[in-house]
Design a protein around this ligand. Structure first.
Ligand SMILES: [Cu+2]
Length: 266
């Protein structure tokens, strides 16, 4: 019986190492009907997060299959009919060593990339641009301290004013989208002015609490121009569901033009 257990554990470990990294990211950018999986990652952090998620999926699937097969084996082999006289032996040292060591090794395999990714997503050295985001009931204020202190509020466009011919999306489009340059290390300073909110843009791999009186930090380097959406992800009151984020990622030249345009209004 011990041999069989060893073979099963071996097969499980082999499957973790040998199975190819398959991406389950089938989602688009703004959520179309019947999609599943994550939004396409557009930052290094989001891509690493999905790779990590896919690795975890193999590990948990392996453990689930292993435990299920073990249960089936025990139920068939050691039920009262097939095994009327149960063995009274206890303390199988090799088996106990294995079932202690294998879970420890699995946890190590998970912990090392997990901590690496946590610190990678935390901050970027020498950011090229800083954007301050403040959550309020129930909208966001965006500030660009590096660009002459541009500052504006971004609020959801109400459903009855949505113009689909302009590509506006109900519950996602806003009046003043945040504009960011592509291929730039952007540091986000995230805070709130009333209650807890959470700044979340799935395609960037960002979800950071916005806490009154506290400045949280994260970063993004968006590699693809486009429009990205996010939603407040911390229950913050009655209009929590109606304070989306819309982010337009444009070329560096277009961003510089936009900055000049915004400065005129200051
Ligand atoms: Cu909120």
């Amino acid at each position: 019986m011990l041999n069989k257990v060893v073979v099963l554990i071996g097969a499980m470990l082999f499957s973790l190492v040998a199975l190819p990294q398959v991406s389950f990211a089938l989602g688009g950018l703004e959520g179309l009907p019947y999609e599943f999986g994550f939004q396409d990652p557009v930052t290094p952090v989001a891509r690493e997060m999905q790779t990590f998620h896919n690795m975890l999926l193999w590990i948990i699937s392996g453990i689930t299959v292993f435990v299920f097969l073990l249960l089936v084996f025990v139920a068939l082999r050691f039920n009262e009919k097939t095994n009327p006289k149960p063995s009274q032996t206890t303390h199988n040292v090799p088996l106990e060593v294995i079932w202690t060591l294998v879970p420890v090794l699995i946890l190590l395999v998970i912990a090392i990339p997990s901590f690496r990714l946590l610190y990678f997503s935390d901050r970027v050295a020498n950011p090229d641009l800083t954007v301050k985001v403040t959550g309020l009931q129930w909208y966001w204020t965006v500030e660009y301290p590096d660009n002459g202190g541009i500052s504006f509020d971004t609020r959801m466009i109400p459903s009855d004013e949505i113009d689909t011919s302009k590509g506006q999306k109900r519950l996602l489009s806003v009046d003043n989208p945040m504009v960011l340059p592509v291929d730039t290390n952007i540091q986000f300073d995230i805070t709130a002015a009333d209650v807890l909110h959470s700044f979340a843009i799935p395609a960037f791999g960002i979800k950071k609490d916005a806490v009154p009186g506290r400045m949280n930090q994260t970063w993004a380097r968006v590699e693809k121009e486009g429009t990205y959406f996010g939603q407040c992800s911390e229950l913050c009151g009655k209009d929590h569901a109606f304070m989306p984020m819309e982010v337009r990622v444009v070329s560096k030249e277009a961003f510089a033009l936009w900055v000049e345009e915004q400065k005129k209004d200051l």
